[in-house]
Design a protein around this ligand. Structure first.
Ligand code: SF4
Ligand code: SF4
Length: 440
């Protein structure tokens, strides 16, 4: 099929070492602690509905969706006892309010979602979020796509190095994925479905491709260029349609879902299962690469101990992909729905070796959003958040290309992430406060 080209992006070594044919399962230990933050990036905080000492089963709701704004229910991923409701560690927010559950003996079963026929409610009640990393609530996408969308794009391109978790789902759950894709297509009356594959996912997913062809689903094989799989980029590459700033894909009649999210929706709709676990890739400078089902709320420390990794042997541990993930210093942060991998690397973190910008322009050349990462970085470093916003900070898709190519080791994407997570929120709060005070 015809593909549109976009400016920017980079070619990355694939390093796809984890065998996608096999999915292991991480055991739960008696007495192990699991951590569930009440917040995620796009949603209002959920409200705890359990108290300290409460006995819970895997799948039980422990926090209900807030009645305002976007919000989802949160479920226990294990059988256990509520240990505490307190500040917990978080890889991006440092600390946040959350629920701690101490695992007891596991039945291996889960409490099913309350029956409802409405797919949007099932997705919301199951707590399905964009599992490719963005974490946008899937029920909102579903609702905004009704009677509007002519094309469903399934993002299975997995262009980040090391990751094969999406590929493992394509290989091992091909029938379930096709069933769910056709279900969504029928329910939302969508004319066309395109599945985007890239690199290894193109080469090793024969069963899925055969099933797709037999179901009139188009397969698009993308060139190996990162980040063609960004949501806006993918829509443009496949359809030539441009999603304007601040708008959803439904504004150009497209619904786009990551393949792991489709599987999460399948489990919710067909098995009444909330999102209590997911497949992640464990890889990097190690021998024992693998894809493994991990319960939500498992700490990185616990995962590494169970898999016999000594964290002190690695210079850098990343939660998520090499390009878009977060380097963590604290191993007691939990693995959440948006975490696709844990990478153990020998390379050192760019730390105090940042040098002055050499004005080479490489960061600008690779930016698929046509931003000036160096300009935005300068504004952030000078504390001028107004200027950073004028320079379109919020359009950054956090692909990491600018940091990757910077010859002066400047932490460009990292500064943008920090500004988005902390400075912009503070700035908006301060502006609203000023308005309120001025209006009195
Ligand atoms: S500014 Fe944002 S979108 Fe542009 S290259 Fe850097 S991380 Fe990617
Ligand atoms: S890539 Fe680095 S050195 Fe080059 S212009 Fe951008 S910030 Fe400056």
């Amino acid at each position: 099929m015809k593909l549109y080209s976009i400016k920017g992006g980079i070619k990355l070594k694939q390093n796809k070492f984890a065998d996608a044919n096999i999915i292991n399962t991480l055991p739960v230990l008696d007495g192990e602690l699991f951590y569930y933050p009440l917040s995620n990036s796009f949603c209002n905080n959920s409200i705890p509905v359990v108290e300290k000492g409460a006995v819970v089963k895997a799948g039980d709701i422990i926090a209900k969706a807030s009645e305002t704004g976007f919000s989802i229910d949160i479920h226990s991923s294990v059988d256990g006892i509520v240990e505490d409701i307190t500040q917990i560690k978080h890889s991006k927010l440092m600390t946040t309010e959350g629920i701690v559950i101490k695992a007891s003996e596991q039945s291996g079963d889960y409490v099913k979602l309350s029956p409802t026929k409405d797919t949007e409610s099932i997705i919301k009640n199951a707590g399905v979020l964009g599992m490719g990393g963005a974490g946008f609530p899937s029920y909102v996408k579903y609702a905004s796509s009704k009677s509007k969308v002519d094309t469903l794009i399934i993002n299975a391109s997995e262009s980040e190095p090391y990751l094969t978790c999406d590929q493992s789902i394509l290989i091992n759950k091909a029938d379930e994925l096709i069933e769910m894709i056709l279900f969504i297509q029928k329910e939302l009356n969508i004319k066309r479905v395109i599945v985007a594959l890239e690199g290894n996912t193109t080469e090793q997913t024969d069963k899925f491709k055969q099933l797709a062809k037999g179901s009139n689903i188009d397969i698009a094989e993308l060139p190996r260029k990162y980040p063609y799989s960004g949501e806006k980029q993918l829509i443009y590459v496949l359809l030539g349609r441009t999603v304007k700033k601040g708008e959803l894909p439904s504004s150009v009649n497209v619904m786009i879902q990551n393949i792991s999210t489709i599987y999460g929706i399948y489990e919710a709709v067909k098995q009444s299962k909330p999102v209590i676990d997911r497949v992640i890739t464990v890889s990097g400078d190690i021998d024992n690469h693998q894809n493994i089902i991990v319960k939500m709320g498992t700490t990185v420390r616990s995962l590494l101990e169970k898999l016999n990794f000594d964290p002190d042997k690695y210079n850098r541990i990343i939660l998520g992909g090499l390009m878009t993930g977060t380097s963590i210093a604290d191993l007691d942060v939990p693995i959440l729905k948006t975490v696709s991998s844990v990478l153990l690397l020998n390379e050192k973190i760019k730390n105090h070796d940042e040098e002055a910008c050499a004005r080479c322009g490489r960061c600008i050349d690779v930016c698929v959003m046509r931003l000036s990462p160096t300009g935005i970085n300068n504004s952030i470093m000078q504390g001028d958040i107004n200027q950073a916003l004028k320079d379109d900070l919020m359009s950054c898709i956090e692909c990491g290309c600018c940091s990757y190519v910077c010859i002066s080791n400047r932490k460009l994407m990292e500064s943008i992430q920090y500004a988005k997570n902390f400075l912009v929120k503070d700035h908006v709060a301060a502006t609203e406060n000023d308005k309120a005070v001025g209006g009195k």
